[in-house]
Design a protein around this ligand. Sequence first.
Ligand SMILES: NC(=O)c1ccc[n+]([C@@H]2O[C@H](COP(=O)([O-])OP(=O)(O)OC[C@H]3O[C@@H](n4cnc5c(N)ncnc54)[C@H](OP(=O)(O)O)[C@@H]3O)[C@@H](O)[C@H]2O)c1
Length: 151
Amino acid sequence: MPEEIILIAAVTVDGFIARHNNEITNWTKDLKLFKKQTLGHTVIVGSNTYDTLSKDLPGRKIIKYSRTKDPRQILMSIREKRCFVIGGGKTYSKFSSFLTHLFITPHPYVFNKGVRLFDLRINELRLKFENLNSFDKKEGIFQYQYKVIKS
Ligand SMILES: NC(=O)c1ccc[n+]([C@@H]2O[C@H](COP(=O)([O-])OP(=O)(O)OC[C@H]3O[C@@H](n4cnc5c(N)ncnc54)[C@H](OP(=O)(O)O)[C@@H]3O)[C@@H](O)[C@H]2O)c1
């Protein structure tokens, strides 16, 4: 199992990651950062999100998650030190108990409804702030990096 299992997401200020399940999230402003951070790593993606991708993600090994698969088994099959869970909300939920870090980039939107960051019921997570990546100060795009406190 990787030492670092990192959730990476762009969220609205009210905690949504998409307006609906098959939205192509072209409102996000941190794609370059996403690319830089995930390049060379394994990324785990849910089937709804996979279907929204216009092309595969070059330079990254993609594992497509579907509900019949066991998250633990998927993680056990990854040999690298670090991997990313790249969404969407159901996939983040299914992997929530294994996450070691959350990389969250708030965006200047309020959707009020849609796909939540964790779209299924999960156990509470306790986080410790670790770092702020000032990706685009002018646009106010900052990535908050948290470590999950394991009890
Ligand atoms: N803002 C961001 O950073 C960001 C990041 C990623 C995605 N997104 C957006 O998020 C949206 C998709 O999110 P999503 O949560 O709908 O999908 P998703 O997580 O991409 O895919 C759903 C996954 O959950 C599985 N699943 C497990 N239990 C389930 C249950 N009880 N009900 C339904 N599915 C279950 C599905 O399995 P099956 O394959 O067997 O159905 C599938 O693998 C898209 O619009 C995408 O663009 C945004």
